[in-house]
Ligand binder design. Structure first.
Ligand SMILES: NC(=O)c1ccc[n+]([C@@H]2O[C@H](COP(=O)([O-])OP(=O)(O)OC[C@H]3O[C@@H](n4cnc5c(N)ncnc54)[C@H](OP(=O)(O)O)[C@@H]3O)[C@@H](O)[C@H]2O)c1
Length: 375
């Protein structure tokens, strides 16, 4: 069945999919809430405050290129939240190419970004379509901070820190484990990917705005090295991230090492099965709705060059809401005008960092950035 609704939210029964639907309602955009289980999607929709004023339909669809293509045909934008994306994303991008729809997702997986760039970027560009994986709090908010620093010319090195407070969702937990166990993590040095050591371990880092240090990890490399690899202003990008919870962070390397050991001799499909079981053991229920007094975010970027320095910090709250809003705003924008780039592009490259910041600010999810410039 093709659709007359312009936006498809695939994975609408999930924590993030539901939030995208909430914000699509606030933008007055008709949408299809799609997922593998119609009853679960309907249950999620029924919990959205004010949903009775939204124009939407609930559709069950099998996770395969054919049925997804059929569903996407007639729509303009797909917001995909079915992760881990390195595992489940290919079918959705292929369906977007077949149906001629723009593609957005919420990934933070570096290997998926590289796969999108290398495997599908040209095909999407040839069709005049946007391929924008990773439009999400991690790491678009940090990308906005980096771009604010880069408004000062002559800076070529980005030292980025991403922190948040709260609980990961079921798919986020699974994604973190799959990403840590199955993929390499890269930083950027003189425009080349350089692999983080597999046992990079924990870094004790200073965090703007507090006296206590925190523990951080390369966190799979993050999206920034991929996005900035093609930015002529930038040559070096290193990112560390974590949650504001030292005890939890202390345990992460052991959890990951144990899982890596457990799956190392298995075939790929078996690895995914074991990783899903392990992740379910860590987190198997939907976390509570975010609370701005608890769920905070911090994105800090030191940008430097031979003769200049800038530092930008964005304090925010409710990561998952930030993600839902960014997706809904992008859909709203794509329905009115072409993106600033087609093919593979980051959120800031496609929509502009000022516009994305303005959107987050107007919904009360981030403070005004704190910027210091020297040089
Ligand atoms: N970078 C960021 O800042 C950021 C922010 C938010 C989310 N994310 C990422 O986005 C993804 C989704 O997160 P979430 O919070 O929405 O997780 P979630 O609440 O667990 O939802 C996952 C969604 O994916 C669906 N799904 C899972 N396996 C599927 C399969 N085999 N076929 C079809 N659908 C499947 C689920 O459907 P059922 O309900 O039927 O199980 C559900 O709709 C994760 O990878 C997460 O890491 C990243």
């Amino acid at each position: 069945m093709s659709t007359t609704k312009p936006v498809i939210v695939y994975g609408a029964s999930g924590y993030t999919g539901r939030l995208i639907c909430e914000y699509l309602r606030e933008y007055n955009l008709p949408f299809v809430a799609a997922g593998r289980d119609k009853a679960r999607v309907q249950e999620a929709m029924d919990k959205i405050p004010g949903i009775e004023t939204a124009t939407y339909e609930v559709v069950e669809v099998a996770h395969a290129v054919g049925p997804l293509t059929e569903l996407f045909t007639g729509a303009s934008v797909v917001c995909n939240t079915v992760g881990p994306f390195a595992q489940y994303g290919h079918e959705v991008v292929e369906a977007c190419i077949a149906a001629g729809t723009h593609y957005l997702d919420t990934t933070g997986e570096q290997d998926w970004l590289i796969a999108c760039d290398e495997q599908y970027g040209q095909a999407m560009a040839d069709l005049g379509l946007l391929l924008c994986p990773g439009l999400a709090q991690m790491y678009t908010t940090g990308e906005i901070a980096a771009n604010i620093c880069l408004e000062t010319p002559g800076l070529d090195t980005l030292d980025i820190q991403v922190f948040w407070k709260g609980f990961p969702t079921i798919a986020s937990t699974r994604t973190i484990l799959v990403n840590a166990a199955l993929s390499k993590a890269y930083y950027l040095e003189q425009n080349q990917y350089v692999e983080w050591p597999a046992d990079a371990g924990l870094y004790d880092v200073t965090v703007p705005g507090q006296h206590q240090t925190e523990l951080a990890l390369p966190w799979g490399g993050t999206s920034h090295p991929v996005w900035f690899k093609r930015d002529p202003r930038v040559a070096n990008v290193k990112v560390l991230g974590g949650v504001f919870n030292r005890a939890l962070m202390q345990g992460v390397p052991q959890i990951v090492a144990a899982v890596v050991e457990q799956v190392k001799d298995l075939a790929v499909e078996e690895k995914y099965t074991v990783l899903a079981e392990q992740a379910a053991g860590v987190m198997n229920e939907m976390p509570p709705r975010e609370n701005p007094r608890i769920n905070t975010s911090l994105d800090s970027v030191y940008a430097s060059g031979p003769l200049g320095r800038a530092h930008c910090v964005i304090y925010g709250n409710c990561n998952y809401k930030q993600t839902g809003l960014l997706q809904a705003y992008a859909a709203h924008s794509l329905l009115q005008q072409a993106p600033q780039r087609v093919g593979f592009a980051s959120g800031c490259q496609a929509f502009g960092h000022s516009e994305l910041l303005g959107t987050l600010r107007s919904f009360g999810l981030v403070m005004e950035p704190v910027l210091t410039v020297h040089g």
